[in-house]
Design a protein around this ligand. Sequence first.
Ligand code: LR7
Ligand code: MN
Length: 593
Amino acid sequence: RYFCYGCLFTSVTWTLLLFIYFNLSQESQPLKNVPVKGGQSFKYFPRKFQPRFTRSPSWLQGPNQHWGKEEGRKKAAELSPEMGMIFNEVDQEVRDVGYHKHAFNVLISNRLGYHRELPDTRNTKCKGKLYPVDLPSASVVICFFNEAFSALLRTLHSVLDRTPSHLLHEVILVDDNSEFTDLKEELDAYIKKNLPGKVKLVRNAKREGLIRGRMIGASQATGEVLVFLDSHCEVNEMWLQPLLTPIKEDRRAVVCPVIDIISADTLSYSSSPIVRGGFNWGLHFKWDPVPLSELNGPEGATVPIRSPTMAGGLFAMDRKYFNELGQYDSGMDIWGGENLEISFRIWMCGGRLLIIPCSRVGHIFRKRRPYGSPGGQDTMAHNSLRLAHVWMDEYKEQYFALRPELRSRNYGDISERLAVRKRLHCNSFKWYLDHIYPEMQVSAPNAKAQHPVFVNKGLRRPKVLQRGRLRNLLTSTCLVAQGRPSEKAGIVVVRDCDSEDPEQAWAYDEEQELILAGLLCLDMSETRSSDPPRLMKCHGSGGTQQWTLGRSNRLYQVSVGQCLMVVDPLSHKGYVAMGICNGSKAQQWRLED
Ligand code: LR7
Ligand code: MN
């Protein structure tokens, strides 16, 4: 009988050693880069980019770690500005690749996980409102193409978490033939494992675009009301009941929630002002202030507001009425124009389009659309052309005056849409302008699409909290513009401090902006975080111009997730850059007189 005691001993010892090592190393990993449930953020990276665990620097221990798994869920309403902190090259990649693919901060989105609390942005009077118990049931349709997994899952879970189950008939996800593998494989697995019953996934065999995509979703739905959402939304407290109530009262009411703002750079959720939809003669959607006549109800900003148009992505409508009214124009491709088309159709053909101030849904507002159309066509022009020919009568000339090159462009067959208009005995476009959108100026083309954020902020200047020079503690030099501060962008450098020099005078305000010489804001490129910081016109929407100044004197950039530092201090060239926050002297700054 032969038995290798030596082998047994060696293997037991090794197992023990490995076990001890593994446990100890777990203890020293508070920075473990996985608040991401499911770990999908690492999908994009080869193995060598798997997180390197490092011991947490002392400044990070303690109350700073708001983004930990459990914390993230509770505290997200009050997001820590350091949610996007970059600790290693994996974080950096997740962030940069995320911006490239999705045009928002995917690192923060992943860290938030799939559930978070949101600030309740409703008017307090909404909170006391009562809604009927026997409301119609809803099928929520979410069409998506190449969406970031965590954003899609947060959209989905926000609906599941905040909708009473007797009102939620089902959620239909329509995957518009996404190219990203995590969306295909992980989503399937995730739904099978975690989401029994109510969530259905439909896959388009080819890219259809959001218009036909929604039609496909709607055709699968069996609930009484259709609710459409973009794939990067979060529904807020009591969002659905206020939408269903007007539809129950009048099946021809089409209703939109107020679209709250989720920042693309920080994922912070903030309240949108109450605005309504309009458009310009370039056929771009825009937000308009609500005329006083619409706000006059005794309940102030809680009663439905008539809106000439909808933004497009977020609305609810009786399902049978959606079909009767002609669904969408299936000749429209990919993106654009369908929102004005359905708005005109609703009003001109006997329906009503309302914004419901007590229903709030957040949407991630990106600064660019991260995808194109398969053949690179301008689908917005194609779709707008179709809607102009079907619905705008002689007023299509207003559009052609701005886009003369489209006058002779082919727009395909519109006979089915003209038949819809005839079948429904719709009013003329002139009727629509006279009765629904009298503010529209004929022959004076107006401004481009605008986000409510810009409408809201107007000229209000945030309060300055602190003023002074920005001195680096390692070099004892001060942050200044490389050239003369002027209207145009330029990089910043450090030079000898001079307390008399007005061009070294910084102001730090309540919006966490750093403004030089009362003129320009310290700013970062949103896509290329390796670009040096620079001075730009202040845009007032946080993110790339938002800095925290505080603990350990570090100057932290909220959207880039890194700290400002002096590079190569011995060279005296004065260059600065962003780097992983490490508490070193090169990264310490003081705002002082
Ligand atoms: O080919 C595509 N297939 C898709 O499934 C292209 C897009 N999509 C999906 C996409 O993943 C997303 O979920 O369709 C949805 C909308 O696309 P976005 O998010 O790129 O559109 P947007 O938010 O930039 O644009 C607005 O205008 C569009 C015009 O076609 C749609 O109506 C969007 O739904 C609409 N979004 C909103 O109304 C949200 C509030 C924005 C404002 C103002
Ligand atoms: Mn969108």
